[in-house]
Design a protein around this ligand. Structure first.
Ligand code: FAD
Length: 424
């Protein structure tokens, strides 16, 4: 499919539309920059409130992480409830948990309302790879049931975990029956269709080169401009040097996935006993699930520099075989990578740079629900209700040690430390 990287998702995309290139000068209430979960959610929520919205995407809708990711929608934030409680106390931790629950509800609502064919499935297993996480799993399940009114997590023994996933890599598991997974590119394309039908003017191949810090702002592309009362930066790991004021607070990292050849229904079911998603407790996480045509979609391995490995399939394959050595004879049909953004504390970085310039980024690998909700709260803030936006905007964020230039060497060292710790 033109303009998309080769991926299983691009090969099975449904409802791709071509949107025009921005030519000439336009006016709008809001100009959203970036056509992933963040930008599209912002645009759709705004147009539903009667705002006139232009969305500019440098490449294609869903070209970034949103159209390439694992598709796993975990409950809560990227930091679990035990961690957020320790960081912020019970009240704020519960608020963040509830937001994540609302995000799952929003995704379900959007899929239903706009009839988006994105293969939504339920359930998620966390595979525990080290003894010390067994206690963590029990404590988390208990705390979620007792203090967060979330009784849907079950702790599994090693033998029970093996009934779910045919691997010896896990010493136990934590199964969350209310987590979700979906085909992320088809979800993104469906939200874009809904936004366009509601009146958002979407332009593809329209990279924003700069914007003025004025009111109204003037957003410039190669062939046109948009004059808008508000600007929303929704570029995440693909931000580049468009806005140095937020670039130093996140770190773009590359993560990689493969799709195997079709395994056939019975071999696929022997491997994973359902359509739930799985990830492990490693710092550089392995995550996987079955596709509806019985392939294994497996994500593993990342790098911390601009550029992908020349042979992504060979890069990911050893991660896959460590979990599933029984797949040694299986061919990989497709391999791809994407760029996400992490923050120092792994919580999203959402805020305002000027009274009329909003941004959201740094979902740290937990973006499907968080980016969707970020778009919603930015739209709320623009329409005049900033309560939920302020909760996120008040979360602490730190500049990466070394700033924009030296964050990569720092990150490599940090990741090396955690990778060694994972193995010990
Ligand atoms: C391999 C991989 C696996 C992942 N797995 C999961 C998972 O299983 N679950 C989960 O919750 N999260 C996962 N994530 C993270 C998740 O995909 C992201 O957090 C989320 O997609 C971010 O959405 P976004 O809209 O903010 O950014 P993106 O989807 O990256 O969109 C940003 C868009 O901005 C555009 N853009 C950039 N600069 C400009 C410009 N100057 N002008 C115009 N447009 C511009 C880009 O082209 C891009 O399309 C994964 C990420 C990757 C890469």
């Amino acid at each position: 499919m033109t303009g998309y990287p080769d991926s299983y998702y691009a090969a099975t995309a449904v409802g791709v539309r071509d949107y025009a290139v921005l030519q000439g000068d336009r006016r709008a209430d809001v100009c959203v920059i970036g056509g992933g979960f963040t930008g599209l959610s912002t645009a759709l929520n705004l147009v539903e409130q009667g705002f006139d919205v232009v969305l500019l995407e440098a490449e294609r809708i869903g070209f970034g992480a949103s159209g390439r990711c694992g598709g796993l929608i975990g409950s809560g934030q990227r930091k679990d409830a035990l961690e957020t409680e320790e960081m912020f106390g019970l009240r704020l931790s519960k608020e963040l948990w509830d937001f994540a629950e609302l995000a799952k509800r929003e995704i379900r609502y959007r899929i239903r309302t706009h009839d988006i064919p994105c293969d939504l499935q339920s359930g998620q297993l966390v595979g525990i790879h080290k003894q010390r996480y067994l206690g963590w799993a029990q404590e988390l399940a208990d705390v979620l049931a007792d203090r967060y009114a979330y009784p849907f997590c079950t702790v599994l023994s090693a033998a029970a975990t093996r009934q779910y996933v045919a691997t010896d890599a896990f010493l136990g598991g934590l199964y969350d029956s209310e987590a979700l997974n979906l085909h992320p590119l088809n979800y993104t394309l469906g939200i874009a269709r809904a936004a366009a039908e509601a009146g958002v003017r979407i332009y593809e191949s329209s990279r924003v080169l700069s914007y003025s810090q004025t009111d109204p702002a003037r957003v410039m592309t190669d062939h046109g401009s948009v004059s808008a009362a508000f600007v929303v930066l929704a570029c995440n790991g693909y931000l580049g040097d468009l806005e140095p004021r937020v670039a130093s607070k996140m770190m773009p990292i590359n993560n990689f996935m493969v799709a195997t050849e079709p395994l056939g229904e019975s071999r696929a079911r022997d491997l994973i006993n359902g359509r739930f998603g799985v990830h492990d407790t490693r710092f550089v996480v392995n995550y996987f699930r079955l596709s509806d045509d019985h392939r294994l979609l497996f994500g593993g391995g990342e790098n911390y520099r601009p550029g992908f490995p020349a042979d992504i399939a060979s890069f990911v394959r050893p991660y896959m075989l460590r979990v599933f050595p029984q797949l040694a004879d299986v061919a990989i049909d497709c391999a791809w990578g994407g760029t996400l953004a992490v923050t120092v504390n792994r919580l999203p970085h959402i805020g305002k740079l000027e009274p009329n310039v909003f941004f959201a980024q740094g979902y740290s690998g937990h973006g499907i629900s968080t980016a969707t909700f970020a778009g919603k709260v930015i739209a709320e803030a623009i329409t005049g209700t900033a309560d939920r936006f302020d909760v996120f905007a008040d979360l602490p964020t730190r500049v990466f040690p070394g700033g924009t230039w030296l964050r990569y060497p720092g990150m490599v060292l940090g990741m090396l430390y955690y990778t060694i710790r994972d193995r010990m």
